[in-house]
Design a protein around this ligand. Sequence first.
Ligand SMILES: *Cc1c(COP(=O)(O)O)cnc(C)c1O
Length: 391
Amino acid sequence: MADLKQIDKSYIAGTYNRFPVAIVDGSGSEVYDENGKRYIDMGSGIGVTAFGISDDAWVEAVTAQLGKVQHMSNLYYTEPCARLAQMLCERTGFKKVFFANSGAEANECAIKVARKYACDKKGADHFTIITLKNSFHGRTITTLAATGQDHYHELFQPLTPGFVSVDAGDFEGLKAAALSNKAAAIMMECVQGEGGVIAMDPAFVRQVAEFCQAEDILLIVDEVQTGNGRTGKLYGYMHYDVQPDIISTAKGLGGGLPIGAALLGEKVENVLGFGDHGSTFGGNPVACAGAVSIIERLTPAFLEDVAAKSRYVFEAFAGCPGVESVSGLGLMVGIKTVRPAGEIVKACMERSVLCLTAKDKVRLLPALNISMDVLAEAVSVLKAVISEGAV
Ligand SMILES: *Cc1c(COP(=O)(O)O)cnc(C)c1O
């Protein structure tokens, strides 16, 4: 570990402040460090390993494809990407899929589609994308511009122009900004993940959707974190009784391999033509084979089970000493604690539970198939740590 830490420090760009743990093995929601110490994983690689570590069905799907064709380029047809696209469209009603490799890239596609649609339909001055304050949409220069948090912007000026952010929940402000800026699209998360696990107000989301529909402004929902069963429905927008024109997703879609996707609705299904967009690795057959094994297991019964685990977690922390509030949706949970979140995460790690933070909250994103026993064990450690020193 000391050696690994030194090599990492010498050769890896210093963008990550890592915990002093190297995970070398695991199964489901239980992982092991190099000394064989067991941890319960309540972060699932930031919502990526939807069915846990080295889950059998996923490993089988990925290795079967790996033994056939690992990559071909988008000059040729490959089966897993076609099957995955069909499955995503049939399950959601979206019409077309563009595959990328990450959440930021899925958002870049959504933004390109929105700009082209608005330019074709209303003119080249309709390029602005309205986003929400406290949002997170990625780390590229364009998705940083979309991210409504100034502190991400400061070091990297100038960012891509044409993004304006407004307060979440302030429909009148959003409407005014959209009209005065000739907006091409509104882009939002249903639950702001990195922003502190904050679910949007349903009335606000519906107002925005109706406004978008009336003004022919596209509604883009960033489902990178909320998608693929995380909230107890297949996609987060499905809680809100709205129909976005575009959703972007990534993280849990691949179950552990890099993949992103933009799902395009009826209005925009034919906006992109030959050569308008592309990706060398996008739709990679191994990543797509893994994703098929994830999506096909997100059945209504399975999602109901996710919702039941969510209710268990919310009830367990509500009113627990040391807890100020619990927020989120499904198995995307934010806990505002009396003690600083960073302290809680560190103490939990010592007691063999790995969790995350988001802003000033402890954030939990366990694997969707975590067993009730393991979940209860993690919850009891968390409750003990959170309540320490609190009365
Ligand atoms: C993680 C995240 C992204 C960025 O995804 P990457 O795969 O890291 O590019 C974008 N939007 C949301 C809502 C996210 O949670």
